[in-house]
Ligand binder design. Structure first.
Ligand SMILES: *[C@@H]1O[C@H](CO)[C@@H](O)[C@H](O)[C@H]1NC(C)=O
Ligand SMILES: *[C@@H]1O[C@H](CO)[C@@H](O)[C@H](O)[C@H]1NC(C)=O
Ligand SMILES: *[C@@H]1O[C@H](CO)[C@@H](O)[C@H](O)[C@H]1NC(C)=O
Ligand SMILES: *[C@@H]1O[C@H](CO)[C@@H](O)[C@H](O)[C@H]1NC(C)=O
Ligand SMILES: *[C@@H]1O[C@H](CO)[C@@H](O)[C@H](O)[C@H]1NC(C)=O
Length: 481
C-alpha cells in the first residue's frame, strides 16, 4: 500500500515537472541531429525499400470498349497486371521547416507485365503485354510527431505521383489492333499506376516506417539498478538543413524514480555537417547517472584490516596506530578499525573544451570495532582527488574509463587528537585504485547506449568536448541483411 502510494506520488511529481513548459527539465539531455548528409542517406535507403515494395504489386484490372470501322464495338480487358521491375534511381529528402520532410523520387522506371483479352461477338483473342513507364516523379510529405509516451510518429500528409511517359507493347494475334489505341490504353495505365503508387506508399509508411521508428528505445535498461529515459520531449524539429530530435536523456533508478533537482544545460550545437548524424550529450545524462549510483550506495565502500595488503606499513588495528595516534591505542587497546567511505556529494562530470574531469570528494569515517561488535566513531577523513575521464566508442555505445589522479587526505574531525594522515593516504589510495575504480570502470565499459533505431550502426566517429556537452558526429549504416 505504502509503496504504491509512493509510486503514485513520484509519478505525480514527474508529471508536474515534465508537463510544465519552461519549468525544470525543459532542456533536452540529449539532442540527435540529422544533417542534410544524413537525410540524403535516409532518402537512398527509403527509395530502396519502396523499390522492393512496389515490385510485385498488382494493379487493378481494367476494361473498355473501342469502335472499329466495319467491325463495330470491341470489348477489351486487361488483367493480371503486376509491376515486374521498379528502379527508383533519384531520391531526395528535403526539410520542410516547421512541418516535416518531403521525400522526392525521380529518375525512376517501372516495368509492368500483364495479359489482355478482346471479345467481339464470338471472337475471343488474348495475349500479353509489357508496360514501360519512364520519368516517374513521386513526392511524399511526411509529418513527424511524438506520442505522449515519447515515441516518434510519422504520417503522410500528402502524396502525389506524376508519370509523363507510358509505353505499352502488346503482343498476340490482335496486338496490332490494340496498339492502334495505345493512347487510350496508356492513359488508363497512367491513372491506375499513379493512384496505386501513393496507396502503396501510404501503406508502407503506416505499416513499415511507423513501426520502425517506434523501435526507438524510449526506455532502455542499463543494468539492474538504472534505466535511461530516451523519450522525445516534443515532435522532431525541422529547420532549413537539419532535423533535430530532442530526448529527455535522463538516467533513473528503475525501482523508484525520483525527480531530478537540477536542470539540463541549454546546448548550442556547432554548425557541423561533415557527418550524417550528431549527438549532443549533455552533462545531465552523466550527472543523473552519478546521482542514482551515489544515492544507491554504489560509491560507498568499507576497508577492514583483512583487506590491507601484507606489505603495508600500517594495518587497521589500534596497535598499528600506537606510534602516531597514541590516544587511540590507549582508549581502545587491541581492537580493529574499519574505514567507511562514501563519495559525497554525487560527483559531477566537468566538461571543458577538450577535457572531461571530475573532482570527487570522499568522506571516510573511521570506527573502532568494539569487542561487542559495536562501532565507535573515532575520526573522519576528507579525501579529494582529480580524475580525468577518457571516452571511447563502439558501434552503438559510448564507453569510457576513469584515469585516477593523486589523492589528498586530510583529517576533518578527531576524537583521538590531531595526527598526520600521510600513512593512511597510501592505504586509501591502494584501496580505491584496486576496488572503487575497477568497479566504476566496469560500469563505464558496459557503456551508455545511444538512442538508435534498430539495425543502425555508427562508423567514422568524431568527438568534440564542449562546455556542458559532448558532441559526437558519426555516419550511420542500416545493417539489416
Ligand atoms: C545487480 O548486479 C550486481 C552484479 O552485476 C550484483 O552484485 C547485485 O547484487 C545486483 N543487484 C540486485 C538488486 O539484483
Ligand atoms: C552511503 O554512505 C553514506 C555515508 O556513510 C550514508 O549516509 C549512506 O546512507 C550510505 N548509503 C547506502 C545506500 O548505504
Ligand atoms: C585537460 O586536463 C589535463 C589534466 O587536468 C590538463 O593537463 C590539460 O591541460 C587539459 N587540457 C585542456 C585542453 O584543457
Ligand atoms: C585538483 O585540481 C584543483 C584545480 O586544478 C587543485 O586546486 C587541487 O589541488 C587538485 N587536487 C588534487 C588532489 O590534486
Ligand atoms: C561494444 O561494447 C559492448 C559493451 O561493452 C560490447 O558488448 C560489444 O561487443 C562492443 N561492440 C563492438 C563492435 O566492439
Amino acid at each position: 500500500m505504502e509503496a504504491s502510494a509512493g509510486t503514485l506520488f513520484s509519478l505525480l511529481l514527474i508529471l508536474l515537472f515534465t508537463s510544465t513548459p519552461g519549468a525544470l527539465g525543459s532542456n533536452p539531455g540529449l539532442v540527435a541531429r540529422i544533417t542534410d548528409k544524413g537525410l540524403e542517406y535516409v532518402a537512398k535507403e527509403g527509395a530502396m525499400v519502396l523499390q522492393r515494395k512496389l515490385r510485385g504489386i498488382s494493379l487493378p484490372d481494367f476494361t473498355g470498349d473501342f469502335k472499329i470501322r466495319h467491325l463495330g464495338r470491341v470489348h477489351y480487358e486487361f488483367h493480371s497486371l503486376d509491376i515486374s521491375s521498379c528502379e527508383l534511381l533519384g531520391s531526395a529528402l528535403m526539410p520542410l521547416p516547421g512541418q516535416g520532410l518531403r521525400l522526392t523520387l525521380y529518375d525512376s522506371f517501372i516495368g509492368a507485365h500483364g495479359k489482355w483479352k478482346v471479345r467481339k461477338s464470338l471472337l475471343k483473342l488474348d495475349g500479353s503485354f509489357d508496360v514501360g513507364v519512364k520519368d516517374i516523379t513521386i513526392s511524399v510529405d511526411l509529418l513527424l510527431g511524438s506520442e505522449p509516451s515519447g515515441r516518434p510518429t510519422v504520417t503522410v500528409s500528402s502524396c502525389s505521383s506524376h508519370i509523363s511517359d507510358v509505353e505499352v507493347d502488346i503482343s498476340g494475334d490482335l496486338g496490332w489492333l490494340l496498339n492502334l489505341f495505345h493512347s487510350q490504353i496508356e492513359s488508363r495505365f497512367q491513372e491506375a499506376l499513379e493512384s496505386k503508387i501513393c496507396e502503396k506508399i501510404q501503406n508502407s509508411v503506416t505499416s513499415d516506417l511507423q513501426p520502425y521508428l517506434q523501435t526507438l528505445p524510449v526506455t532502455t535498461e542499463i543494468d539492474n539498478l538504472t534505466s535511461i529515459d530516451y523519450s522525445l520531449m516534443e515532435a522532431p524539429r525541422v529547420t532549413d538543413h537539419v532535423l533535430d530530435v530532442r530526448f529527455k536523456g535522463e538516467i533513473f533508478n528503475h525501482d523508484h524514480r525520483s525527480p531530478v533537482t537540477f536542470v539540463a544545460p541549454a546546448m548550442s550545437l556547432p554548425e557541423e555537417h561533415s557527418r550524417m548524424v550528431y549527438f549532443a550529450i549533455s552533462d545531465y545524462v552523466f550527472n543523473t547517472a552519478s546521482l542514482v549510483y551515489q544515492e544507491a550506495g554504489y560509491l560507498n565502500f568499507s576497508i577492514t584490516d583483512d583487506m590491507v595488503p601484507p606489505d603495508s606499513p600500517i594495518r587497521l588495528t589500534t596497535k598499528s596506530f600506537r606510534v602516531f595516534v597514541p590516544r587511540l591505542a590507549k582508549l581502545y587497546p587491541n581492537m580493529n578499525l574499519e574505514l567507511q567511505g562514501a563519495v559525497v556529494p554525487a560527483p559531477f562530470l566537468n566538461f571543458s573544451p577538450g577535457n572531461l574531469s571530475l573532482a570527487p570528494n570522499m568522506e571516510i569515517d573511521a570506527f573502532v570495532i568494539l569487542p561487542s561488535s559495536a562501532r565507535e566513531p573515532v575520526f573522519r577523513l576528507g579525501v579529494t582527488t582529480n580524475v580525468s575521464a577518457v571516452l571511447t566508442f563502439n558501434t552503438t555505445k559510448i564507453t569510457g574509463f576513469l584515469k585516477p589522479g593523486k589523492v589528498q587526505v586530510e583529517l576533518k574531525e578527531s576524537k583521538v587528537g590531531v595526527f598526520n594522515v600521510e600513512l593512511l593516504e597510501a592505504l586509501i589510495n591502494f584501496h580505491i585504485l584496486n576496488t572503487l575504480y575497477p568497479k566504476i570502470n566496469d560500469k563505464l565499459a558496459k557503456g551508455l547506449p545511444l538512442p538508435l533505431l534498430k539495425h543502425i550502426r555508427l562508423y567514422d566517429l568524431v568527438l568534440q568536448i564542449h562546455k556542458d556537452f559532448l558532441f559526437l558526429g558519426s555516419n550511420i549504416q542500416y545493417t539489416k541483411v
